[in-house]
Design a protein around this ligand. Sequence first.
Ligand SMILES: [Zn+2]
Length: 155
Amino acid sequence: MRLPLKDRISNTGELKAWKGEIPFRYEYTAGIAGERFLGGLRRGKILAAECGNCRSRYVPPKVYCVKCYLPMKDYVEVGPRATVSALAESYVDFGGRRRSEPRVYAFMTFEGVNGGLVHLAGGKGLEVGSRVVPKFAPASRRKGSLLDIELFVRG
Ligand SMILES: [Zn+2]
């Protein structure tokens, strides 16, 4: 049944349904800056976009400078040292089960860089202000994903 735009369904008993599958396949890109960033992670590097005008740096990279509104095309490696700027401990896993030891999720920032990364962090006594470094997965297992960094550890 095809309804003109102005018609409304007034009797749901007349609706019909059928089961089946439509073979959709989705593929999203990370965008220009995201592709550069993820490619950097695959090579064991954290890349920031740098504005050619004001030299502001952004992690994760952006394609336009927030301050100048100019396109950014330069990428520079930052870190690996970072600072824990915020953190939270989770005693519950994604399935709702209680953990015996907490997982620590932190927001890491890099000196002279706008933004930062949220990721797992490990080590006893981590607190805001702790210095950390990324622990990358072995190169053979990296996929160009944020998970190419296994976690951040004291360093
Ligand atoms: Zn700028």
